[in-house]
Design a protein around this ligand. Structure first.
Ligand SMILES: [Zn+2]
Length: 348
């Protein structure tokens, strides 16, 4: 390359470089300018590689001018890069800025589920009567769920048809909270006064009054001298607190393997006051099974059945919720429809 031609190229490239660098509005554009000016195919590097073939003086002079051109472009690129990076940061800060003058977005408060409300209220009533809360596992073994409760292997409740078994032999989803009666008595001496709220599982066809997963509150009292009168009195005290003083409690004979005698408990209908209406039919709303703890159950837990007696009952929490809130379909309690659940905001 002719030295004069090379010198002109350097001048032209410096001029072009200043313009390109100043015009680069983004870091990407600046990278493009750098390649156009200093990349392998750019004119200045071409000048640099032609220097070696020139005679001594011209080589030194052109070498100096090439270095000056390189230095100027590099420092201009660096300065512009710093400007653009700072700008990008400002941009980010602007995008992240909080406008403190905007009105706040008020979080929409949720409310407790009606089943939670009812369970808390039930537990509160019983703890005020001196009961404590006990809990147990939802996956239960057959001893606690059946045998210890005096439910023999040939009892229909034990078939696969009624119970939901898990893949481990001998384990199932508990069918009643009664299993916790056994766990409680196994772990402490009498007297016992416990309530057990919890979820239970049965293979049920789901309809307006049956679910396959539902909640019970089990009540167990074991002490010296307890009788059926204590059971009825306790149930009545609960019903008055839960539903109102006009409500009556009733127990009628029924059979459950773990109680003797066994009973079905009901409360008088809150709508018709026991006269009979569309909701209750005969004036009474069934609340669950009850009875005096079977002596065999006490003995299975190592209790002296000659000295101690006890009563137990299991209230269906969904049923209590239906009576308390006038809900006519149990499925509403598990469907999670916000329009239904919203009605319980602020309800106690
Ligand atoms: Zn009624």
């Amino acid at each position: 390359m002719d030295p004069n031609e090379a010198a002109r190229t350097l001048e032209r490239e410096l001029e072009r470089g200043r313009e390109l660098i100043a015009a680069a509005g983004t870091l990407e554009a600046l990278d493009g300018a750098k390649i156009a000016l200093l990349g392998r195919k750019a004119p200045i590097p071409a000048v640099q590689s032609s220097i070696g073939s020139l005679p001594g003086d011209a080589r030194r002079e052109l070498g100096r001018r090439t270095n000056v051109a390189f230095a100027e472009l590099r420092s201009a690129l660096e300065a512009r890069r710093a400007e653009l990076e700072e700008g990008a940061e400002d941009e980010l800060l602007r995008a992240d800025a909080v406008d403190v003058t905007l009105p706040g977005r008020r979080p929409r408060p949720g409310s407790l589920h009606p089943l939670t409300l009812v369970q808390e209220r039930m537990v509160e009533i019983f703890t005020r009567m001196g009961y404590r809360v006990a809990e147990g596992p939802e996956i239960e073994d057959e001893w606690h769920n059946f045998e210890a409760l005096n439910i023999p292997p040939d009892h229909p409740a034990r078939t696969m048809k009624d119970s939901l078994y898990v893949d481990v032999p001998g384990l199932l989803l508990r069918t009643e909270t009664s299993a916790v009666q056994i766990r409680t008595m196994e772990s402490q001496d009498p007297p016992v006064y416990v309530v057990v709220p919890g979820r239970v599982y049965r293979r049920e066809a789901v309809d307006a009054t049956h679910l396959s997963v539902f909640h019970q509150l089990e009540c167990l009292a074991v002490d010296e001298g307890l009788s059926l009168a204590d059971l009825k009195g306790t149930l009545e005290a609960f019903a008055h607190e839960m539903f109102g003083p006009q409500i009556q409690a009733r127990i009628t004979p029924d059979y459950f393997p773990f109680v003797e005698p066994g009973a079905q408990m009901a409360v008088s209908c809150f709508i018709c006051n026991g006269v009979g209406c569309r909701v209750c039919g005969n004036g009474w709303l069934e609340q669950g099974g009850a009875g005096m703890v079977h002596p065999t159950v006490l003995e299975n837990c190592g209790y002296d059945a000659e000295r101690y007696t006890g009563f137990a009952f299991g209230l269906g929490i969904e049923r209590v919720a239906m009576v308390r809130y006038g809900v006519n379909d149990m499925r509403l309690l598990v469907e999670g429809d916000v329009r239904f659940l919203e009605q319980f905001e602020g309800v106690a």
